[in-house]
Design a protein around this ligand. Structure first.
Ligand code: PEP
Length: 261
């Protein structure tokens, strides 16, 4: 049994519209009204943040409002970008940094991910640092070195105080949106190695406290098995987070592993 409170995020990516984002938010809030022992965040597209925030507030929900991305500069001539202060102004509490699609489709480097993550933490927000290897990297036996490089790079210059506001999401690139999932044993091995690395960087206490989510084609049918693993503290959910009937059971599967300390 884990003493870390499970955490589940729903990454809506570039999906939904004004009507369906509101419907989805209402469905998730109502479906999880009685859910305890789990932290939940939703990550709508930027244009719908305020509408989703209004729904969370009106229903007194503890579900956190998340942003899928941020730009590390405070303001200025950065057309199309969004700052931490703008996100805070919209009620955002947590920000994804280095999602696989940002790294591999939009070309973000470890250094850029690190700049974003530090801007998020400096602004007093929570960050979820996403890491994960590609299929080629996995097939060449580079799973651990790639994840270790991304964790080290992403967390460079983060302070001992700030690490308590960081969650890591291990998301093998080959499992995102593909229907392929890491086996619980494979995911557990990577999570344990990431936790060991955090112990080396920030100390044993921080390593025991930090939550490491798994992401990559999590569904109601495989969630419970994944979340049973001792170092898997919940999930970052893409496709299945767009359906209330799939996201709610995944959150419940995560909640069931927690015991109050
Ligand atoms: C994700 O976007 O972080 C993700 C894990 O997507 P999916 O669940 O669709 O694989």
């Amino acid at each position: 049994m884990s003493q870390r409170k499970p955490y589940v995020g729903g990454n809506w990516k570039m999906n939904t519209n004004r009507t369906t984002s509101a419907d989805l938010a209402r469905g998730v809030v109502d479906g999880l009204r009685d859910a305890a022992h789990v932290d939940v965040a939703v990550f709508p597209p930027f244009p719908y943040l305020l509408a989703v925030r209004a729904i969370l507030r009106d229903r007194s929900s503890s579900i956190k409002l998340g942003a899928q991305d941020v730009y590390p500069k405070p303001d200025g001539a950065f057309t199309g970008e969004v700052s931490t202060e703008m996100l805070k102004d919209c009620g955002v509490e947590v920000v994804l940094c280095g999602h696989s699609e940002r790294r591999h489709v939009l070309g973000e480097s470890d250094a850029h991910v690190n700049a974003k993550l530090r801007a998020v933490l400096d602004a007093g927000l929570e960050a979820i640092l996403c890491v994960g290897e590609t299929l080629d990297e996995r097939n060449n036996g580079h799973t651990d070195p790639v994840n270790q490089r991304q964790v080290r790079g992403g967390l460079a210059d983060v302070t001992g105080d700030q690490i308590s506001r960081v969650t890591i999401a291990y998301e093998p690139v080959w499992a995102i949106g593909t229907g392929k999932t890491a086996t619980p044993a494979d995911a557990q091995a990577v999570h344990a190695n990431i936790r060991k690395l955090i112990a080396g960087m920030f100390g044993q206490d921080a390593a025991e406290r930090i939550r490491i989510m798994y992401g990559g084609s999590v569904k109601p049918s495989n969630a419970a098995d994944l979340f049973l693993s001792p170092d898997i503290d919940g999930g970052l959910i893409g496709g299945a987070s767009l359906k209330v009937g799939e996201f709610v059971p995944i959150v419940r599967a995560a909640a069931s592993k927690y015991t109050t300390p």
